[in-house]
Design a protein around this ligand. Structure first.
Ligand code: HEC
Length: 149
């Protein structure tokens, strides 16, 4: 009985490998990217790229296990949900009110340590933001919010 269950499980695991989801990658730089339209100092750009862009841009750097189901589905759902909320590569398509609101949210999620997601920083240690990094991003987001009008 146990062997049968294990066998069925193994077969199912193999079968789900056949179902792949689309990948989040874009060959060209987006003209609507935040850095193409607003002041994003190099240092801030690097921090956002390292800690946020896997889920909030048009390009995800996929880890090796993302080739394996069900990790791949789980990961892709984070990317899809994250992009829906905020896509730095589409930032310029938002209206002014939404731009300001998203920058407010950036401040909020960083202050509350909600982002980057802890399930992500568990594996991506480089994405962990130091107190200094957080302060820099917060100061930048606040200044940019005031500059947009
Ligand atoms: C592993 C994927 C992932 C990473 C990395 C990540 N986010 Fe998110 N983010 C999400 C998901 C998923 C949501 C939507 C659901 C939620 O709020 O949990 C989200 C939502 C948001 C929102 C919308 C507000 C809200 O409360 O939901 C903001 C703003 C945000 N993220 C900013 C950031 C910033 C800034 C970083 C980098 C410092 C970052 N995120 C890193 C996945 C991620």
């Amino acid at each position: 009985m146990v062997r049968k269950v294990l066998l069925i499980f193994a077969v199912l695991m193999l079968l789900i490998q056949l179902f792949r989801r689309g990948r989040n990658s874009s060959a060209s730089a987006s003209p609507n990217a935040i850095e193409a339209n607003y002041q994003v100092p190099k240092e801030i750009g690097l921090l956002l790229r390292t800690s946020c862009y896997d889920c909030h841009s048009n390009n995800t750097v996929y880890p090796w296990y993302s080739q394996i189901q069900p990790f791949s589905w789980w990961l892709q759902s984070h990317v899809n949900d994250g992009k829906k909320e905020l896509n730095f590569d589409q930032f310029n398509t938002y209206n002014i009110k939404k731009k300001k609101h998203k920058l407010d949210e950036v401040v909020e999620v960083i202050e509350k340590d909600e982002m980057p997601l802890s399930s992500y920083t568990l594996v991506h240690r480089k994405a962990v933001l130091s107190t200094q990094d957080k302060d820099k991003i917060i100061a930048w987001a606040k200044a940019l919010k005031n500059a947009i009008n």
